[in-house]
Design a protein around this ligand. Structure first.
Ligand SMILES: NC(=O)C1=CN([C@@H]2O[C@H](COP(=O)(O)OP(=O)(O)OC[C@H]3O[C@@H](n4cnc5c(N)ncnc54)[C@H](OP(=O)(O)O)[C@@H]3O)[C@@H](O)[C@H]2O)C=CC1
Ligand SMILES: Cc1cn([C@H]2C[C@H](O)[C@@H](COP(=O)(O)OP(=O)(O)O[C@H]3O[C@@H](C)C(=O)[C@@H](O)[C@H]3O)O2)c(=O)[nH]c1=O
Ligand SMILES: [Mg+2]
Length: 309
């Protein structure tokens, strides 16, 4: 008997991660992408109508309010998109029996732990964005058993805005940069997150086709980042060094990227000093091996340099 091709709905297809998901999910079925102009996530009725009409097997939500500093003075909007809309989406998914794949952040933690955070560690966000994302996680867990929430960190890619691209731009315009050296974390490429998501959705389809998905599939919360660790300062230095090696003309050489403490870079939102997440649960549950963060930083900077030339 031929198996029917599944339908996958990607919400937020124009973000960093959404763009990579539209690529990575293609082999799994019919992929339908929507963005703010075709479906506003904050419009619960529109989302419910879309889900009821399309009846997707899987909904992947890559849309979020991600402006961390702006969220401090725009709390209602951050909660509307990251919490209320996510709860409504989970309810819509439950009605049609879809798996909901969703993404969250290291900013659900206060960063006071000395080692990498596991999925069992207590949350304690220090900014509005982190609190709104945590509320979204909790809403999904309350509404829908068949969910996967991937907590990730410091996302970058060739498509969309991110810290790596900001550093290349600043290094092209200025002789020197000051970058925080006492916040520790892991740059994770949107492509890696999308590829791992696709692997796991494929495992879900395989289990479902074998008739076991709803009974034994390991739904739930997983950390998903690249391996290793760094600081914003060392990350900026690496990006700039790779940019120069790839032929970009940058004014600020890596040795003129100065390390500074968080106290020297005041921002509206507080940020955790430790953003490291242990991915042992994801690797052992799904049999996945995550690459070091430098692998995709190197390839992405090369690609960005090629695109400029
Ligand atoms: N970026 C990062 O460093 C990290 C991100 N994450 C999480 O990963 C996920 C993906 O993030 P990333 O791809 O980097 O984010 P981006 O900011 O690149 O993309 C988010 C997308 O969501 C869209 N969006 C926002 N509000 C709405 C809305 N009301 N209706 C429809 N679309 C909307 C945005 O559209 P528009 O441009 O029109 O606003 C944008 O296309 C998010 O859940 C985020 O919280 C987790 C850790 C780190
Ligand atoms: C531009 C700049 C930033 N910084 C600091 C500020 C901040 O602590 C750090 C990173 O800056 P960003 O603006 O990229 O930080 P931010 O937007 O907070 O990045 C976060 O985004 C959300 C969506 C997440 O979920 C997190 O995982 C994380 O990636 O670098 C410098 O020290 N010097 C600079 O010149
Ligand atoms: Mg940002």
């Amino acid at each position: 008997m031929a198996l029917e091709s599944p339908t996958l709905l990607v919400i937020g297809q124009k973000g960093q991660l959404g763009f990579e998901l539209m690529r990575a999910l293609q082999p799994l079925g019919q992929v339908v992408g929507v963005d703010r102009s075709t479906c506003d996530l904050a419009d619960a009725a529109a989302v419910d109508n879309l889900v009821a009409t399309l009846r997707p097997d899987v909904i992947v939500n890559a849309a979020a309010y991600t402006a961390v500093d702006k969220a401090e003075s725009d709390q209602d909007k951050a909660y509307l998109v990251n919490a209320n809309a996510v709860k409504a989406l989970a309810q819509s998914a439950a009605k049609v029996g879809a798996l909901l794949v969703h993404y969250s952040t290291d900013y659900v933690f206060d960063g006071s732990k000395a080692s990498a955070y596991t999925e069992d560690d207590a949350t304690s966000p220090v900014n509005v964005y982190g609190a709104s994302k945590l509320a979204g996680e909790q809403a999904i867990a309350a509404e829908l058993r068949e969910h996967l929430i991937f907590r990730t960190t410091w996302v970058f890619g060739a498509h969309g805005g991110n810290f790596a691209k900001t550093m290349l731009k600043l290094a092209g315009a200025r002789e020197s940069l000051n970058v925080i050296a006492d916040q520790h974390g892991v740059p994770t490429s949107a492509a890696l997150i999308a590829d791992v998501s696709a692997h796991i959705v494929a495992q879900y389809f395989a289990a479902r086709n074998a008739g076991t998905a709803s009974g034994t599939f390991p739904f739930g919360l997983y950390n998903l980042t690249a391996k290793g660790e760094t600081t914003w300062h060392a990350y900026a230095s690496k990006v700039i060094a790779e940019g120069i090696a790839a032929g970009l003309e940058l004014k600020a050489a890596p040795e003129r990227v100065h390390p500074i403490p968080t106290s020297d870079y005041p921002t509206p939102a507080k940020r955790p000093h430790n953003s490291r997440l242990s991915c042992d649960k994801l690797e052992s549950t799904f049999g996945i091996r995550l690459p070091d963060w430098t692998v995709h930083v190197e390839s992405t900077v090369k690609l960005l340099a090629e695109l400029k030339q």
